[in-house]
Design a protein around this ligand. Structure first.
Ligand SMILES: Nc1ncnc2c1ncn2[C@@H]1O[C@H](COP(=O)(O)OP(=O)(O)OP(=O)(O)O)[C@@H](O)[C@H]1O
Length: 229
């Protein structure tokens, strides 16, 4: 069973701009892949359709065989529990501590305090942030801030992690560290889909790459074919 399937998905924004055109692909559980392409190619739009920030104009997006068109109203938050999202600007609450930022998704779910503490500390430890739980985001380095964003996306134990230009603000060393964190997730059964326009970084990771060109899926490159791409 695939974790994600796009069946001939098109997205036309109000105003007429076609951001995605008849895109089809499938992602298996525990697979890590990239989506790349020029600015405006449709990378962010593709991710938005998966976490239901946008809806397709035509075609179907299936998550664990569930057609997301049928996910409406109160079911949207339930769907989002299964999909963690990491943004380039990490979108942390600046007046809340690292612990509180990461705890937020679990508080919204109504989990008990003890359970929240256990889960938040476990994910902070895994990401090397155990000693920083009381810090405010502004007291952290850029790489640490991004790791807090990743911790918040992972604390709910999603099936799929989406990351939109997650290393856009980081230097090459920190980018490589963040990518190594992502690359370790598939062995925990978490699929990872990363949007990035950084071709060098994408190639170094030696994973499957979807290439978007003006909204069309121009290529779907297997890791073994990457050197020739
Ligand atoms: N809300 C919107 N309304 C209208 N057009 C939009 C909207 N969001 C995106 N677009 C357009 O859709 C196209 C695809 O945008 P998208 O953000 O998906 O591209 P991208 O590949 O992520 O680009 P970038 O690398 O610059 O972030 C662009 O031409 C963009 O201007």
């Amino acid at each position: 069973m695939s974790v994600l399937r796009f069946d001939n998905v098109s997205k036309q924004y109000p105003g007429g701009h076609v951001a995605l055109s008849e895109v089809s692909f499938e992602v298996q559980p525990g697979e890590m892949l990239f989506v790349t392409g020029h600015s405006g190619a449709g990378k962010s739009t593709l991710l938005k359709l998966i976490h239901l920030a946008e809806r397709p104009s035509r075609g179907a997006v299936l998550f664990a065989e569930r057609n997301l068109l049928k996910v409406r109203g109160r079911r949207v938050p339930l769907h989002r529990r299964e999909v963690g999202v990491v943004f380039q600007d990490h979108r942390l609450l600046t007046d809340r501590s690292v612990f509180e930022n990461v705890a937020l998704p679990l508080i919204l779910r109504g989990l008990r305090r003890g359970e929240i503490g256990k889960r938040v500390r476990s994910v902070l430890d895994k990401l090397g942030l155990g000693a920083r739980e009381r810090a405010l985001p502004t007291q952290l380095s850029a790489g640490e801030q991004q790791r807090v964003g990743i911790a918040r996306a992972l604390v709910g134990e999603p099936r799929l992690l989406l990351a939109d230009e997650p290393t856009g603000n980081l230097d090459p060393t920190l980018s490589a560290e963040i990518m190594a964190l992502f690359a370790a997730l598939p062995e925990r059964g978490i699929s990872v889909l990363v949007a990035s326009h950084d071709l060098g970084l994408v190639k170094r990771m030696k994973r499957r790459v979807l290439v978007l060109d003006h909204g069309q899926l121009a290529d779907d490159i297997a890791p073994e074919d990457l050197a020739d791409a």
